[in-house]
Design a protein. Structure first.
Length: 459
């Protein structure tokens, strides 16, 4: 029997454990904070639940565009946060029970590599275990990056893991960082009723995403009352008697009741024994892996945010599965990031897959592009949706769909047919010849594909 030791119980770790157990291995999983890791306990599950509450608040307030006018919508943030934490704990418990039912041994504690075949575990009860391993998977995740000039205290200056302790809604929230995390929380707290100021070092929010999509979200934020400070850099954040003061690089000082620091992530790789075993990391400390999750040392694999590869729970889970399929001799397909859909849970959402506008603009990829505004869609008119679009990229010679962007409510659901097309190399003609429901937002996907057929004939 093959002995598998997994360090870290997030999506990369627990999904790997389930696959390894299914393939007949003896599996031990070691987790220090709780099964599900940060994704379940302090990140994806609670944050997206909070965003869902924000969406419900927006819906409850109505839309004047369709003649609905609602008032007196109140948010009990203490109740909201209590429920979020219960949901996260329940999800963690469910995963733990599933692991147990599959015969996975779960240990609470930390672990480090002695060498490629020996793992030392330090358990929360104070005991230590030496585990022999044929295969080791490192899935220890990442944590919020913190700055010495903005010391997080969990009261006035917070990272995104600490937002679920509020008993009162922040009156004036300053968010430092306009990437995915900063934009998602800024939009959510604005919808919940906070006055939000977003400090962005770039000219636009979500600088790593499609620029047209980022502009739509930024315009929506501003129209709803958010203050966005572009080309601004926070040099120092300090608590005051009544809140926080944020000093910008220009010398200007802005004040608020609370400050969320959303300035990136660092890998949880300290204390794993990487140096003594010889496992390579990059300059930022992330573990280097290939497309089947192998590290530089035979028999040792890594998955999830500690590798820094497209830091999504879905990718972490697939990296973990791929590692076990490869290590245990099952059929395996290397990780292909070109077909991975991702989503930003702002309002509206931004979903992307495959080739990007930046790839086309830089000449890295050659593709025809068509952008269809949602405002032309009948269902969008019915729902009062005036912002957003569907964008499709295809090869000019074959019409094969190679990428797409959707900016819309529930874009995370609408991106699936485009992701399916990218994965299976469908053409715009195949997409457009598939009948969609009328009226539906998905009809815009087929319509964008039809327009690309015309573009091909004219080019």
């Amino acid at each position: 029997m093959t002995h598998v030791v997994i360090i870290g119980g997030g999506p990369g770790g627990y999904e790997a454990a389930l696959v390894a157990a299914q393939l007949g291995a003896d599996v031990t999983l070691i987790e220090r904070d709780g099964i599900g890791g940060a994704a379940v306990l302090t990140d994806v599950v609670p944050s997206k639940s909070l965003i869902a509450v924000a969406e419900a608040a927006t819906d409850s307030k109505g839309s004047s565009a369709i003649g609905v006018h609602a008032t007196n919508v109140t948010i009990d943030i203490a109740e909201v946060n209590s429920r979020l934490k219960k949901w996260a704990a329940t999800q963690s418990s469910d995963i733990y029970l599933r692991l147990q039912s599959q015969g996975v041994k779960v240990l609470a504690g930390t672990a480090e590599l002695v060498d490629a075949e020996n793992v030392k575990a330090k358990l929360v009860d104070g005991s230590e275990l030496n585990l022999i391993a044929d295969v080791v998977l490192l899935a220890t995740g990442a944590r919020p990056r913190e700055l010495s000039s903005a010391v997080v205290d969990g009261v006035r200056i917070l990272n995104w893991k600490q937002l679920y302790e509020f008993t009162e809604l922040p009156s004036d929230l300053i968010v430092v960082g306009s990437g995915v995390t900063g934009a998602e929380f800024a939009g959510a707290y604005q919808a919940l009723g906070s006055q939000v100021t977003l400090v962005s070092s770039r000219d636009q929010v979500l600088p790593s995403k499609d620029s047209e999509a980022g502009k739509v979200v930024q315009d929506v934020f501003v129209n709803r009352g958010m203050k966005i400070l572009a080309h601004s850099r926070a040099e120092q954040v300090t608590p005051t008697d009544t809140g926080v003061a944020v000093k910008l690089a220009t010398g200007e000082v802005i004040t608020g009741s609370h400050c969320l620091m959303a300035v990136g992530s660092l890998p949880n790789t300290e204390g794993l024994g990487l140096d003594q075993v010889g496992i390579k990391t990059n300059d930022a400390g992330f573990i280097e892996v290939d497309k089947v999750s192998r590290t530089s040392i035979k028999g040792v694999y890594a998955a999830g945010d500690c590798t820094g590869i497209l830091m999504l729970a879905s990718v972490a889970a697939m990296q973990g599965r791929i590692a076990m399929w490869h290590a245990l001799g099952d059929a395996v397909h290397p990780l292909n990031l070109e077909t991975v859909p991702s989503n930003v849970f702002t309002d509206p959402e931004i979903a992307t897959v495959g080739v990007s506008q930046a790839d086309v603009d830089s000449g890295t990829e050659i593709a025809n592009v068509f952008n269809l505004p949602l405002a032309t869609n009948a269902r969008a008119k019915m729902q009062g949706i005036s912002e957003g679009f569907v964008k499709i990229f295809c090869r000019p010679d074959t019409g094969v769909i190679v990428g797409g962007v959707v900016v819309a409510p529930k874009a995370s659901e609408l991106i699936f047919p485009i992701a399916l097309a990218v994965e299976h190399r469908l053409t715009v003609d195949q997409m457009s010849q598939t009948i969609t429901v009328y009226p539906s937002l998905s009809g815009s996907i087929a319509e964008a594909a039809r327009q690309l057929h015309q573009t091909q004939n004219l080019s």
